[in-house]
Design a protein around this ligand. Sequence first.
Ligand SMILES: Nc1ncnc2c1ncn2[C@@H]1O[C@H](COP(=O)(O)OP(=O)(O)O)[C@@H](O)[C@H]1O
Ligand SMILES: [Mg+2]
Length: 373
Amino acid sequence: MMDDFVDRATLSSASANPEAILAAVAAATIAVDEALTIRFVNAAAEQLFQTSAPAIMGEALSNFLPPSGAVMSLVDQAKREGGPVSAYGVMLDTPRTGVRTLSVHVAPMSDTNGWLVLSLQEQTRALKIGQQLEHRKAARSMTAMASLLAHEVKNPLSGIRGAAQLLEQNAPEDEKHLTQLIRDECDRIVALVDRMDVFSDERPLARSPVNIHIVLERVRRIAENGFAKNLKIIERYDPSLPPVDGNNDQLVQAFLNLVKNAAEAAPRTSGEIVITTSYKQGVRVSLPGTTGRVQLPLVVTIQDNGPGIPDDIRPHLFDPFITTKTHGSGLGLALVAKIVADHGGIIEFESEPKRTLFRVMLPIITTGEVAYG
Ligand SMILES: Nc1ncnc2c1ncn2[C@@H]1O[C@H](COP(=O)(O)OP(=O)(O)O)[C@@H](O)[C@H]1O
Ligand SMILES: [Mg+2]
């Protein structure tokens, strides 16, 4: 016990230099006092505002951030509510910074009366909300394509297939493989069109309160008995999560697709998938063109220790038909994006060798909420 005490004391005096630590943080970090005067900035903030710390400190925050802009309104909100707020997809457009899309977190400091800490992170790795909308657009064009395929391709195909079958009856033995080829290819295209059918389902989601842990439990069981047999699946759940207002089967499908990708990426030996759930208050999304913000407090992550997502497909990861697998359809993540969007949620990913993580954030429904999608 005593040793432990001594060690801690030595550690804190020898190595804790908060400024050095903050200098290494990639997010622009700014502390302001209760009058919104800037009291501290880290190196990333100097870089964001293209100036040095001494030139910023002591200045009003409103000299650096547009007074009626989105970041300032988050500052006001954190101050008013006395708790942390976050928003994704916040636009910042000032002469110093240029146009940027940021993740913004504002939190009151616990031990200093009225001080706030802002952290502004450029959204390069996390998906920008604009891209989220792009996914929705992609899903919509998939929808149009799926119904076109159903009508213009699927119906004639069954005719072609039937004709091939008739020909086959009278075809000489050594030519039967040709009619067989026609039938097989027809079947393959029909199967592809059927797989795309989910995209053409435009009906509103049949929602009910869903326990996300029951969803994940089912996903884990399917995975363990099939494609993830040789992998270790680790679960880290926050058991106190409230239910999601969603569609059980679709959520199973979405997480199954994510876990399947994780299993396919994980190494054959010592492959590991970590599934976590948590409740993260204050994550809000402001959507372009609307004034409302939606809370996305339910967070599910699926992480694997595979090689990571190839760089070249990252910008289009959620688009249909993007695949690096020989027999991949490239529809897995497109469907995940559609399902998450239909639930009013957001999906983002982080990927580096040995650590690829998909994070799904889902809303809890409150009355008077903005509808979108
Ligand atoms: N966990 C992951 N680790 C590495 N790459 C991934 C992961 N998840 C998805 N990918 C990449 O994204 C591509 C698209 O995935 P998906 O839409 O599910 O289609 P498919 O699995 O049929 O290829 C995959 O081919 C793979 O290159
Ligand atoms: Mg897949």
